[in-house]
Write a protein that binds this ligand. Sequence first.
Ligand code: PRP
Length: 181
Amino acid sequence: MNQMNLDISAVLFDEHKIQARLREIGSQISSDYAGKVPVLIGILKGGFIFMADLVRAIDIYVEMDFMAVSSYGTGTTSTGAGKIRKDIDINVEGRDVIIVEDIVDSGLSLQYIKDYVWKHKPASVRVCVLLDKPTAHKLEIEFEYVGFEVGNEFVVGYGLDYGELYRNLPYIGILKEEMYS
Ligand code: PRP
């Protein structure tokens, strides 16, 4: 019995649905970047499972790196990006970069990361997000590949946490309000 399941009010995207969508995005990226070797930058921690599954759905050569950015938000709200906690190691000058992020909430983290990556003079930057929460955006932000849209509920699992827990749930679900209120 998975104790964590009791804390979830609804499963939004199960393993099969996530993997099916990743296969679509993976083949789209493989065809968009045919003949190139893009650098995928996974955003830690939330993006680690998405990144791991996404790269296995891509069948062209890719390089991988990771970045960690601390946000000021705690608990269920995000108030935007703070500072770089783990920098990229690959020199992305002249390279085609794909930022791989688990969720766009306010959009502040992603904007910060995009601006930061552009400072390294890449040839191009695109963004692949698993979840988009359009009603929470605080700025206009563009991303090219999106897994699913979600409403304003608090989602956990498949990399996404609440208080560092639930990242290991194999699905994406809505956390019961009583768990954080
Ligand atoms: C989460 C998530 C995104 C960001 C989205 O990261 O992984 O990076 O917040 O929020 P925003 O669009 O409002 O900026 P978090 O700072 O919780 O760190 P984590 O990935 O380590 O859980």
